[in-house]
Design a protein around this ligand. Structure first.
Ligand SMILES: Nc1ncnc2c1ncn2[C@@H]1O[C@H](COP(=O)(O)OP(=O)(O)OP(=O)(O)O)[C@@H](O)[C@H]1O
Length: 540
């Protein structure tokens, strides 16, 4: 290999030497010819030839540079113009923002909270700060390239920057601009000053079903209960029953016609609505709960059957009368005993309840479950996950709040931790609906207000029963005497039955009334007012 390389080098050297001798011979010949032609001395000939060659070289270099510049000028100009536009587009707003004075408080708070970048500002001419009766309202535009969602996602951190808690801060987006943000920072902890219960008119004009006041005193609720169910959780004595009494009152005022199925697991929480309920039970027996669930599942199945039939016959899908199944204290109904049989029954109850809640989508049956024990085994996860709306009053820990609001609740937008609520301000709740959280306080209506609404409803129901029918006479008789129960021997003569034989009398009266359910009270067999009303309603 080395020998080959050495031979190649000596070959190259010999070639180059021969070439150099050739060039020297030609140069010498050319110089001799010039000397001969011009008749100059040798030094003058050499200098003249060298000068002429240098001048020629310089001329060639000038010509080449000129041509290159001409070729390059046009694309460069276009490129430069493009670059200038891009720079002005990119830098335009920034330069503008740099020029506009920044709002110091908002810029500092939002930069440190990581809502806007260090180089960005909240422009002073795009922000207003107004002192309201309940708090300070910040209305501003976030910089271009940001939206209100950037603020919403970090609301807790922003609250910290303002020196308050997340509970002190509410946020509203604007309908006209994605960049507009309205932040209200409360002067004092939420609901420190109570708001008066709403009037009938306020309830009637609310777009949807109101569930309480928000922190500014505005009514807040859900747009509809159509295709939706609600789970309400919170520790004992926090205001669940009061809140649900408020919800039923609002439904009676503004929801039109509906049927109420009430299960009072605490025995007297929902009693006020007994006279207008289609079915009212006061019991903590899981069998009673299960029976109601199965009755409603039966109704749901028959409604689904009617929908199917309508579709098959190419007719419009029927509109069903809404049904509300409201259960005050549901936790014990899912609890299972130690035996296999009891465990199977608990599983079956959970399964039937899950089915009922999930089917509410089309069947028009909305379930409202309340529990003071939001734990995994109190409300099975498969049941909880079916609730579109969830509410949580004060609970002792974030973990319990997750059981009520969902395992991923704290990863949602601007969550509110129910464990931070003041347990001494009753009725406060985090409402989680349609992916958004709102802090509200349920209504605490006066008893008289609720009674008036209930009486009005039951009078309306009564008016639907044709006049002069024995059923209506019996209901009016009981109402005029102010009793909830009347025995057969007391009622029969008033309706013109003068039979002495108790069996025949009872049979005749039941036939005359059309066959409502009888009830055996401590004074003997007879009729309850609520059963007669429910019977009349089912018939109408
Ligand atoms: N929005 C409210 N405003 C004022 N007081 C309220 C409000 N809600 C509830 N309260 C009061 O708080 C107390 C407890 O209310 P409530 O019975 O509704 O709680 P609960 O959560 O259903 O309790 P439990 O589960 O122990 O039955 C009652 O004295 C009630 O008057």
């Amino acid at each position: 290999m080395g020998r080959k390389k050495n031979a190649q080098v000596s070959d190259d050297l010999a070639g180059q030497t021969a070439g150099a001798i050739g060039v020297l011979a030609i140069a010498f010949g050319a110089l001799a010819a010039i000397k001969d032609k011009l008749g100059l001395s040798w030094p003058a000939t050499v200098l003249l030839t060298a000068g002429a060659l240098v001048a020629l070289g310089y001329g060639a270099w000038r010509l080449r540079t000129f041509v290159q510049q001409r070729w390059a000028r046009e694309p460069q100009a276009a490129q430069a113009a493009k670059q200038e536009t891009a720079v002005s587009l990119l830098e335009g707003p920034e330069t503008e923002a740099e020029r506009a004075p920044a709002h110091p408080e908002l810029t500092a708070a939002l930069t440190t909270a990581g809502v806007i970048g260090r180089e960005q500002v909240i422009r002073a001419d795009e922000a207003t700060v107004t002192d309201m009766p309940t708090g300070t309202l910040y209305d501003f535009l976030v910089p271009k390239g940001r939206t209100y969602e950037d603020v919403e996602k970090r609301l807790g951190t922003v609250a910290g920057m303002f020196g308050v808690t997340r509970l002190h801060l509410t946020m509203e987006r604007s309908r006209d601009n994605e960049r507009r943000v309205k932040l209200l920072k409360l002067h004092e902890p939420p609901f420190t000053t109570p708001f008066p219960a709403p009037t009938r008119q306020e309830i009637e004009t609310f777009a949807g079903v109101p569930l309480g006041h928000d922190v500014t005193g505005q009514l807040h609720g859900v747009p509809t209960f159509d295709k939706a169910s609600l789970l309400v959780a919170g520790m004992t004595q926090m205001g669940k029953t009061t809140l649900i009494n408020g919800l039923i009152t609002c439904l009676l005022i503004a929801y039109g016609e509906f049927d109420l199925y009430l299960l009072d697991g605490k025995f007297c929480g929902l009693t006020r609505f007994e006279p207008i309920a289609t079915r009212y039970e006061s019991s903590d027996d899981p069998a009673v709960f299960w029976d109601m669930v199965r009755e409603l599942n039966g109704l749901s199945d028959s409604r689904y059957g009617q929908i199917k039939e309508a579709i098959r016959d190419r007719k419009p899908v029927p509109k069903f009368r809404p049904v509300f199944f409201i259960v005050d204290e549901a936790a014990d109904f899912f609890a299972s005993g130690g035996t296999n049989e009891e465990r199977d029954q608990a599983k079956q109850i959970a399964n039937d309840t899950r089915q009922l809640v999930s089917k509410s989508l089309e069947s028009g049956i909305s379930t409202v479950l309340m529990t003071q024990r939001p734990s995994v085994n109190a409300i099975p996860v498969e049941v909880r996950d079916q609730f579109l709306y969830r509410m949580c009053l004060y609970v002792a820990s974030q973990g319990t709040a997750k059981v009520a609001l969902g395992d991923t609740y704290f990863e949602t937008i601007a969550p509110i931790n129910p464990a931070l609520l003041d347990p001494d301000i009753k009725g406060q709740a985090v409402l989680f609906a349609n992916g958004r959280s709102t802090l509200i306080r349920g209504f605490n209506f006066e008893d008289k207000f609720i009674w008036d609404v209930v009486d009005e409803k039951s009078t309306k129901l009564l008016e639907k029963i044709p006049e002069e029918t024995p059923l209506r006479q019996a209901i009016e008789l009981m109402r005029s005497k102010g009793v909830d129960f009347m025995t057969t021997p007391d009622m029969a003569p008033a309706l013109g039955i003068l039979e002495d034989d108790p069996v025949k009398r009872g049979k005749k009266l039941n036939e005359l009334l059309g066959g409502p359910r009888t009830y055996k009270g401590s004074q003997g067999r007879g009729y309850r007012l609520e059963d007669l009303l429910a019977f009349a309603r089912a018939d109408s």
